[in-house]
Design a binder for this molecule. Structure first.
Ligand SMILES: Nc1ncnc2c1ncn2[C@@H]1O[C@H](COP(=O)(O)OP(=O)(O)OP(=O)(O)O)[C@@H](O)[C@H]1O
Length: 774
């Protein structure tokens, strides 16, 4: 009897899986070709009315999206197989679902997001969910290059139970050890059970995901987005999904993940990009951002809007056709109370303010014109007063008075004027101290910062839009279309030959019988052909079906108000780590930051395993947190590299060159490199590193070479090698300096070095003192 050796068994497994995977690619090609053909058919259609245009656009979008998803699935199409105790056929798991032409009961490939795929991520020897064996399949292009098995059935392989809490440990570690590229990639092959639970959590309500550095919060947030789009496709296709991240650099870093999962219809934005048409990215001092982020600023903005609804300091005179009229403070107060009772929103109340002003001026004018010199009743008739009102409504002096008492305002005017004027600040913000108001004060024309965006949004909420002119224009346009449609119908009707109106022919339906002018006019209305994501991103008032916030601990109270307005259904996923909060306006605890807005309606989930940072580096970082961080949760490092992190003391004058020298040593290693440096040293260090290493970037471009960045800019990112410069300055210059240093140290996936000009602080005593390669 011959036994099969492990190599032969492996070869046989490879051959079996290759055959299956090749079949899957054949099926993928067929479906793709058919979808391309259908798309071509749709593009060839020439639609003649808005309804047909709309239908065609929907079909084109659907087929295009399908092709994008099929293309995205090409790389690593199938990565898993489940052999189940009670089923004869294996179940294959992949990036998308594929069924056979004849629609067999078991699909050829199950989408990783489908419920049937879940055991691939969550089955364990103790809770095997009916799975005997989980197989990880690795492919390069369309070739299967390896398979690795986990036996879950305790009867088959006694002793496997409890061996590891990780799913597919070998495959996972291989992924984690790989060099980084400067762009985040998806983790669909190796999602871990605690992550899977959050990814598939119910869409309703607010889920807060707290986890230490490297626990996969960003990865989980993005895979949850893909999961929700799959599970609630129809709803989210209409309402859209928003992902908010801390910086433009971070958004670039994560930008490939969702497309690689076949999902392109998501809006990604940082806070400074949340106002359509505005890029608010001017730098801001942290202490200013902190004041701007306080909840009290909602009252300040409201007071600033109210202050624009003027009562006069002294009477104004205006002249109409040579007649002088006097408008008093009391008159102005009457106009204001009329307008205020007409609408809560300033700009929407403007027509009421204008009517009140016209009424007031007309009455004064009538009094003068019709005054009986003998002191009798007014000599003007009611009709005369009506005509006067029309005349007065056209008077430029009256328009100026309306503008004075109730100006049409934009959010930019309200907030710009407020911050640009100490007097306006003093009037609108008595609750702030002089020092705080001084912090807020800036040039009226200064560029906008990210912390201004919630203030602008708040102002917009209070201003509303006076769209009466636009609505009047739309009414006129609709009437024009109606008239044109009626003419068309009349012509059609008129062209019916009188002679042919036999009884039979008169039974025929004409265009006019089928359509009325209203319907025909409707057909000529414009169709908005932008995608939901495009429309959502361009519309400040858009409300999303789901909002995901990454690095949520950084958001100020005012930013929360803005985001909650974008998601009235409160279907939200917030991920972050209160131990990594860098901004003064951000959170030291979730309770503190969320309870004012959400009460206790949110639920907390935790991630506990650090997949990024090796144990050697985490041991050092944890000491920093213990020495002065703001809480957070410990995360267990999943691997160790055996490479000790080190510290090197340098002289103050030689610091920049020493950093460049150390960076050059790291640069010889595989993968990406970041130099993290306190803001005050940024320019000198960046210059020295750039002079030494080609491709050095300081603008957050992570793919060209070493990146030199301040701690605030590396939030959420990771690099194979990290060089931290002058840790004491990082702590001293940050608002929450220990957190900043903690963030900097935990960015490394492989190697960490610290260069310091003075004594090494005690909390970093765990660092070795000799830099390798010296
Ligand atoms: N299940 C997993 N399989 C493979 N890689 C994973 C897994 N989970 C996380 N990772 C990897 O670990 C790294 C850290 O993940 P991520 O950036 O999502 O963590 P984070 O919790 O957001 O970190 P931080 O708070 O420090 O920014 C990434 O490279 C990510 O791809």
């Amino acid at each position: 009897m011959s036994t099969v050796g492990p190599e032969a068994a492996q070869a046989a497994d490879l051959a079996t899986e290759q055959q299956y995977v090749s079949g899957l690619y054949t099926r993928l090609d067929e479906i793709r070709a058919r979808t391309v053909h259908r798309l071509d058919e749709q593009l060839a259609i020439v639609p003649h009315n808005p309804q047909a245009i709309g239908e065609r656009e929907a079909q084109v979008e659907w087929h295009t999206q399908r092709i994008v998803a099929l293309d995205a699935a090409e790389s690593g199409l199938c990565f898993g197989r489940l052999d189940r105790r009670d089923a004869d056929v294996p179940r294959y798991i992949g990036r998308i679902g594929l069924s056979a032409e004849d629609g067999e009961e078991e699909p050829l490939l199950v989408d990783w997001r489908a419920p049937a795929a879940q055991p691939f991520y969550t089955a364990t020897p103790l809770h095997d969910l009916g799975v005997r064996r989980r197989r990880h399949i690795r492919t390069r292009l369309r070739t299967v290059v390896s398979v690795s098995d986990e036996t879950l059935d305790l009867d088959d392989a006694p002793g496997t139970a409890g061996a590891s809490t990780l799913t597919g440990e070998a495959v996972l570690l291989a992924e984690l050890n790989a060099s980084r590229t400067g762009r985040m990639s998806d983790i669909v092959r190796t999602i871990q059970a605690e992550q899977d639970r959050i990814i598939r959590a119910d869409a309703g309500g607010v889920v807060v995901v707290q986890g230490g550095p490297g626990t996969g919060k960003t990865a989980v947030a993005l895979h949850r987005a893909a999961y929700l789009l799959y599970t609630h496709r129809e709803r989210l296709a209409r309402s859209g999904l928003l992902v908010v991240g801390p910086t433009p650099t971070f958004l670039r870093y994560i930008a490939d993940v969702l497309p690689s999962l076949g999902e392109t219809g998501v809006v990604l934005a940082d806070l400074g990009g949340l106002r359509p048409g505005l890029r608010a990215d001017a730098p801001e001092r942290p202490e200013v951002a902190e004041v701007k982020g306080r909840l009290v600023m909602a009252d300040v903005v409201a007071a600033a809007v109210r202050a624009r609804q003027a009562v006069l300091d002294r009477p104004v005179e205006l002249e109409i056709d040579g007649t002088r009229l006097r408008v008093t403070k009391a008159d102005a107060a009457r106009v204001r109370s009329r307008a205020r009772s007409a609408s809560r929103l300033h700009n929407e109340a403007r027509p009421a303010a204008a009517r009140a002003v016209i009424g007031l001026v007309a009455a004064k004018y009538a009094d003068k014109l019709g005054a009986d010199v003998l002191g009798g009743a007014n000599l003007l008739e009611a009709g005369d007063v009506g005509a006067l009102r029309q005349e007065i409504a056209a008077e430029p002096a009256v328009h100026r008075l309306v503008d004075l008492l109730w100006p049409r305002l934009t959010a930019e005017q309200v907030v710009g004027d407020l911050l640009g004027s100490p007097a306006r600040l003093a009037a609108a913000a008595p609750q702030l101290s002089d020092a705080e108001r001084t912090l807020l004060h800036r040039r009226a024309t200064a560029p906008w910062t990210a912390a201004d965006v919630p203030l602008l949004d708040e102002a917009d909420e209070l201003l509303g839009v006076d769209d009466s002119a636009q609505r009047a224009g739309e009414r006129r346009e609709r009437q024009r279309r109606l008239r044109r449609a009626q003419d068309t119908l009349d012509q059609l009707h008129g062209s019916r030959s009188q002679d042919s109106e036999t009884e039979e022919e008169s039974e025929e339906l004409s265009a006019g019988d089928l359509l009325d002018a209203e319907g025909l006019a409707g057909r000529h209305e414009e169709v908005d052909t932008r995608s939901v994501a495009e429309r959502a991103a361009a519309d400040r008032t858009w409300t999303y079906g789901h909002v995901i916030v990454d690095e949520a601990q950084e958001l100020s109270a005012m930013a929360w108000r803005l985001l909650l307005r974008r998601c009235p259904t409160r279907s939200m996923t917030l991920v972050g780590d209160v131990a990594q909060t860098g901004s003064a306006a951000g959170a030291a605890s979730w309770d503190e930051v969320l309870t004012p807005h959400l009460g206790r309606t949110w639920r907390l989930e935790q991630l506990t395993v650090n997949y990024r940072t090796p144990a050697e580096i985490m041991a050092v970082a944890d000491e920093v947190l213990a020495a002065g961080g703001t809480g957070g949760t410990a995360a267990q490092a999943v691997r160790s590299t055996g490479v000790p992190p080190w510290a090197e003391r340098v002289t103050e004058v030689g610091l920049a060159d020493a950093v460049a020298e150390a960076a050059a040593r790291f640069d010889k290693e595989d993968g990406t490199l970041a130099v993290v440096v306190a803001p005050s040293r940024l320019d000198a260090v960046a210059e020295a590193v750039a002079a030494r290493l080609l491709g050095t970037s300081t603008d957050g471009e992570l793919t060209t070479g070493p990146a030199v960045l301040p701690p605030g800019a590396v939030k959420g990112l990771e690099f194979d090698s990290v060089l931290v410069v002058d840790p004491v300055a990082i702590v001293d210059e940050g608002v929450r300096g220990h957190n900043d240093l903690y963030v900097a140290l935990t960015r490394a996936t492989q190697r960490l070095g610290v260069v310091h000009p003075g004594e090494l602080p005690a909390m970093l005593a765990g660092l070795g003192t000799s830099a390798p390669g010296r």
